[in-house]
Design a protein around this ligand. Structure first.
Ligand code: HEC
Length: 206
């Protein structure tokens, strides 16, 4: 009885040590491959050797398999490469924003808001403005927020310098910052920026 137990422990230790042989491209032994290798094709990982792991599991036994490439696609890749010149869009369907920081005039000329002018957009813009801009620009955009009073030099939105600035101009300033104002692109996603733009437009006219 004890002898049996001893040999089980002995074999387990040997197996355990053998599994430590992983280095370089060799991953070591797997004792429960069906836990690691899914039966369906894997999207990203790729084992192209059809005979891999056959000692433990094969493609027919239904337990899972090592080979997980897709023989029907080029290069046996499960995921297909997108067609050439495919451009990634963000979750709103917008193209990447690639107007450089120093091209404010270009942004002012070219950029058009994808949002309508309705009350819901304005209300959301107002809320975001309250969180991200009021402390400097003040609730009415006069540049007199609590931080603005110390920071100083914040041009009021309804001043001659700013009141006629186009929506693309404001969007670009929020995205990259301007002068002593820092960029806000990391805090606000594109649609949030456009909502704020709508609200700032109402303050420009006050
Ligand atoms: C830390 C303070 C601060 C915060 C926060 C801030 N701004 Fe500014 N903003 C400034 C300063 C300072 C200027 C003047 C920049 C300059 O011309 O040097 C400015 C200028 C502007 C201008 C005028 C740009 C021009 O062409 O003269 C707009 C529009 C503007 N900010 C919008 C926003 C909006 C929208 C937010 C919120 C997302 C915001 N700002 C957040 C400090 C701030």
């Amino acid at each position: 009885m004890y002898q049996k137990l001893n040999s089980v422990i002995g074999i387990s230790i040997i197996l355990l040590l053998a599994a430590c042989g992983a280095k370089g491209d060799k991953t070591g032994y797997e004792y429960a491959p069906q836990m690691y290798h899914s039966v369906p094709y894997e999207g990203l990982s790729q084992v192209m050797d059809q005979s891999a792991g056959q000692m433990i599991s094969n493609r027919e036994d239904g337990k899972g398999e090592f080979y997980n490439s897709n023989p029907h696609n080029p290069n046996e890749m499960t995921m297909r490469l997108p067609p050439e010149y495919t451009v990634k869009r963000n979750r709103y369907g917008l193209l990447p924003y690639n107007i450089p920081k120093d091209s404010l005039e270009l942004a002012a000329r070219q950029l058009k808001s994808p949002l309508s002018n309705d009350d819901a957009v304005l209300a959301e813009g107002k809320e975001l403005y309250g969180r991200f801009c009021t402390h400097c620009h003040g609730t009415s955009g006069g540049g007199d927020g609590l931080v603005g009073q110390v920071y100083m030099g914040i041009t009021p939105y309804n001043s001659v310098a700013v009141k006629d600035k186009a929506e693309g101009h404001i969007y670009h300033v929020i995205t990259y910052g301007k002068g002593r104002m820092q960029a806000h692109a990391s805090q606000l996603d594109p649609m949030e920026r456009w909502k704020i733009v709508r609200y700032v437009q109402t303050l420009q006219q006050q």
